[in-house]
Design a protein around this ligand. Structure first.
Ligand code: KG4
Ligand code: ZN
Length: 350
């Protein structure tokens, strides 16, 4: 099945063309074309994503990326050899989502191909299908720790299309907390990688931080998160320090943020002994310290296999949208593309 996948939910414009066959839990995926334009440098001066700028850039970049992707796949733009057009319908910034949806609708009409409206978070979950080893398959039920700029969720993946959110943030997403703390420290957007680098430097120096931040909700027996108090604690600390060692602040912040993610994941694994796979995905899954702490955790659960997408699959991309569309194609495909509507707060449970 050949799928043209389009992603415009935030500040990356991405198009991929995939040839996917085989069982959903172990598909064979050929990447015929994959192009991405990151707007990060444009949003840096605003210290975050500016929706109308994102929209304008998506509209400008989509035709360019499409032409390049079709060319890479050796297809012509009048009658390309594809079966479906997959597009992210949510969650994300609605003006940005609409640009991808409108583009998909036009192509669907022009080529007479059905559209598969796709959930961005399902994309993050199934991004791990690309890195499976030849003899491996994605064994369900799985637990997914989804950590991005907009989401922090623990999701029980019972089957393809059957999800239950068993933990979520009550305020900020963890990526948002990384970005906000980075801004307090005058580091560029997006702040996650910058904080991570500083924290790593401090850890490697062998120094012990002279203060710790509280791990929010660490003792609540539920699986929910909260990151806004941690962000405020960093702000107060910053104000109270006469000599500021930014790497020490970054380190203590990352220790607390990662600590709580790992602890809640441990609790979820204990509560659900049926889980066969732990998926850690979304932009923050690129964090090296989170990865190493999760690896240590999983050693205590020898029956659970860990899947973390490689770097280019952890932040937003169109490959993951194609994979999510493949596993849901039967239920989600529509030959009435005008029925596809952007949903900024689309949940995995609907
Ligand atoms: O999944 P993603 O690319 O976009 C959303 O769907 O939100 O995630 C972006 C988020 C940003 O908040 C960014 O700071 C964070 O992922 N991020 C990181 C790292 N790399 C990206 N956070 C911590 N450590 C990193 N290495
Ligand atoms: Zn994302």
């Amino acid at each position: 099945m050949k799928i043209l996948a389009i992603e415009t939910s935030c500040d990356e414009t991405a198009i991929a063309l995939l040839d996917i066959t085989g069982p959903k839990e172990r598909p064979a995926i050929k990447v015929l074309g994959n192009n991405l334009f990151s707007q990060v440098h444009l949003h840096q001066e605003f210290g975050g994503v500016y929706p109308n700028l994102a929209k304008r850039e998506h509209i400008k970049n989509l035709p360019i990326l499409l032409e390049k992707t079709l060319k890479d796949a050796g297809m012509d733009s009048d009658t390309p050899d594809i079966d479906y057009i997959a597009v992210t319908r949510g969650p994300g910034l609605e003006p940005a989502l609409w640009t991808g949806i409108t583009f998909a609708q036009e192509l669907s009409k022009k080529w007479n191909k059905p559209v598969i409206p796709t959930n961005h978070m399902e994309g993050h979950i199934f991004s791990v299908l690309y890195d499976l080893k030849p003899e491996e398959s994605l064994e369900l039920p799985a637990l997914a720790l989804l950590v991005s700029g907009g989401h922090t969720e623990l999701v029980l993946v019972k089957d393809f299309g059957q999800y239950s959110i068993i933990g979520r943030t009550r305020d900020d997403a963890v990526g948002e907390a990384f970005d906000k703390v980075a801004r307090m420290l005058d580091l560029p957007y997006p702040g996650g990688p910058e904080i991570s680098k500083l924290a790593q430097r401090h850890r490697e120096s062998g120094k012990v931080p002279s203060f710790e931040f509280p791990m929010p909700m660490i003792n609540s027996r539920d699986l929910d998160f909260s990151f806004s108090g941690l962000k405020t604690a960093v702000l107060y600390k910053l104000k109270s320090l006469e000599e500021k060692d930014l790497s020490e602040i970054a380190r203590s912040f990352e220790d607390a943020a990662v600590g709580v993610l790992v602890e809640k994941t441990r609790l979820a694994l204990e509560n659900h002994p049926e889980i066969k796979t732990l998926i850690v995905a979304g932009g923050v899954s690129a964090n090296k310290y989170l990865q190493s702490e999760i690896r240590s955790l999983i050693e205590k659960f020898p029956e659970v296999r860990l899947e973390i997408p490689s770097l280019h699959l952890s932040t937003d991309n169109a490959l993951m949208i194609g994979a999510a569309a493949y596993v849901r194609a039967e239920e989600l495909q529509t030959s009435d593309p005008s029925s596809v509507v952007a949903r900024g707060n689309l949940s995995l449970e609907e």
